[in-house]
Design a binder for this molecule. Structure first.
Ligand SMILES: Cc1cc2nc3c(=O)[nH]c(=O)nc-3n(C[C@H](O)[C@H](O)[C@H](O)COP(=O)(O)OP(=O)(O)OC[C@H]3O[C@@H](n4cnc5c(N)ncnc54)[C@H](O)[C@@H]3O)c2cc1C
Length: 487
């Protein structure tokens, strides 16, 4: 049970009985905020204002020709506990399935060929010296450089650093180009020269600060967890998904909310201060609505636009969190059309390979029930911060190029049974160096505004559990007004 304990201050005050609260955006962040507010304070008049016609935001599932296609996220991590805890609270946890243990790890493209991720290499920590010695992903010089991490000096100072700078310093250029850029940069669809270590990969910064470094720190963690070293790449064993798709999770949360609290086709254009509360202007409505408190659970750029007139300084700060885009092509094939054994969860592609794709996920290998028997579902990611020009490609260009890549990399022949294209323009927040300080300053500005809160993936993490966490925090702040020094 997640209790919304008040901030640790006598100065905090609980929101008045029957107050009107609006949440803008019904993605996982907005829905979590709404759930935790109504759970603790069912007396409040809650309105969730959503511009589209359905809940879930990026969580979108499509059923087609017997395939289950995720347009956005396809799983969430259980290590950060909030999403799992929410599923338990709403009795949805029996719907969750884990990744298929028959396949783990990922392929990397190296000099045009597929190579398995070295065993025991988890995110940034190589923990099997034997697999480093054996991997074809690194030259002898590159391997020695990785092993040299054991003796790399601690960095002086504690200012933020980019993923590229940190990795090249600790593990060398080759490990960066051939493993870390595609593995980590791909997860964040980010430019590794800009991606903030402190905002996204702090545990690895801490390993260096504590004097262990990545190899010793990784081994230490392994010993502590008594985990196995046979998995590689992203830690899939820790991931789950609803068997009927991610959207079913959003729908399950909606069922917990008061009837009629969700309003669809309501696009908020402005939020401005109004007497003791807040005015909300909705596209197509001549009179603004009034609420006692408003939570904006939209992307950084949309939130910035909504706040432009009423809160210009805050709007400017939010504008500094940029977004990147990506397209996802979901393609179904008969298994017989594919030569590759598909004995992994997918393929990740270094930018150095100069191919028009970030990654290929073997969706039907990751989870059961994603494709009919004898068929395979691929999800191909294209674009991101490093190849933004690919967002301008037409559907025909995307399909032709992807078919060519699937043929070259996986031996896929013939036409797909179907192709489902989703374009996520300006959707992925980019946590650049200095992000933590920027968010600290945004939170301080918001703490001084008693009627306004924000939630979402722009601030303290993009993954679904962290979006739920942001909703829990926003709900707590709505219920318990707190003075500015509470952050
Ligand atoms: C392609 C992709 C794959 C991903 N894969 C994973 C994954 O596998 N696992 C994982 O943990 N995370 C993943 N993520 C990240 C995660 O999905 C997102 O960070 C998270 O879903 C964001 O939720 P949100 O509620 O903050 O925002 P959103 O889902 O964007 O919700 C915002 C909502 O606000 C609404 N809205 C926008 N403007 C207005 C307005 N003016 N008025 C009213 N409503 C408005 C939108 O319609 C939307 O419903 C992925 C993200 C993407 C894009």
């Amino acid at each position: 049970m997640t209790e919304l304990a008040p901030p640790n201050s006598d100065a905090s005050q609980e929101i008045a009985h029957q107050s009107r609260v609006a949440i803008v955006g019904a993605g996982i962040s907005g829905l979590s905020t709404a759930y935790y507010i109504q759970k603790q304070r069912p007396d409040l008049q809650l309105a969730v204002l959503e511009a589209s016609t359905q809940p879930g935001g990026i969580l979108q599932t499509v059923h087609r020709n017997g395939f289950l296609i995720e347009r956005g996220p396809d799983m969430f991590i259980t290590r950060d506990p909030e999403a799992m805890a929410l599923c338990k609270e709403i009795a949805f946890d029996d719907q969750l399935i884990s990744t298929n243990t028959a396949f783990r790890g990922a392929y990397l493209v190296h000099r045009g060929k597929l190579q398995k991720m070295p065993h025991g290499w988890t995110m940034m920590t190589p923990t099997s010296l034997w697999s480093i010695a054996k991997t074809p992903l690194l030259s002898l010089r590159g391997k020695l450089r990785v092993l040299g991490e054991l003796f790399a000096p601690k960095r002086k100072g504690d200012e933020d650093e980019s993923l590229a700078s940190f990795t090249k310093r600790r593990l060398g250029q080759e490990a960066f180009d051939n493993i870390i850029q595609p593995l980590i940069g791909g997860i964040y669809t980010a430019d590794p020269d800009k991606l903030s270590m402190n905002a996204t990969l702090k545990p690895f910064v801490d390993m260096e600060r504590q004097g262990d470094g990545l190899i010793r720190g990784g081994l230490k963690q392994l010993r502590q967890k008594k985990g196995d070293t046979t998995s590689s790449g992203a830690r899939y064993g820790m991931f789950v998904t609803p068997k009927d798709g991610m959207q079913s999770m959003a729908e399950a949360i909606v069922k917990q909310l008061p009837i009629r609290s969700l309003e669809y086709n309501v696009s908020v254009t402005a939020v401005t201060p109004h007497e003791n509360g807040i005015s909300v202007t909705v596209d197509g409505e001549s009179t603004p609505r009034h609420y006692d408190k408003v939570v904006l659970a939209t992307s950084s750029q949309i939130t910035s636009r909504i706040l432009k007139d009423g809160y210009p300084e805050l709007s400017e700060s939010l504008k500094q969190i940029p977004l990147a885009g990506a397209s996802i092509l979901s393609m179904g094939y008969p298994r017989s059309a594919i030569r590759n054994p598909l004995d992994a969860f997918g393929v990740i592609v270094p930018i150095k390979e100069n191919r028009p794709l970030i990654a290929i996920s073997f969706s039907s290998q990751k989870f059961p029930g994603r494709a009919p028997d004898g068929h395979v579902l691929f999800r191909v990611f294209i674009g991101g911060a490093l190849q933004p020009e690919l967002m301008d490609w037409t559907d025909e260009q995307l399909i032709e190029s992807t078919q060519q890549q699937l043929e070259e990399l996986l031996g896929v022949s013939g036409e797909p049974l179907f192709t489902e294209i989703t374009r996520w323009n300006n959707t992925m927040p980019q946590y650049h160096v200095g992000h933590v300080e920027l968010v600290d300053s945004i939170e301080q500005q918001i703490a001084a505004l008693p009627n306004l809160e924000v939630a979402g993936n722009a601030y303290r993490g993009v993954g679904i559990p962290l979006c739920v966490r942001s909703g829990i925090q926003a709900a707590r702040n709505v219920i318990h007004s707190r003075p500015a020094d509470q952050f």
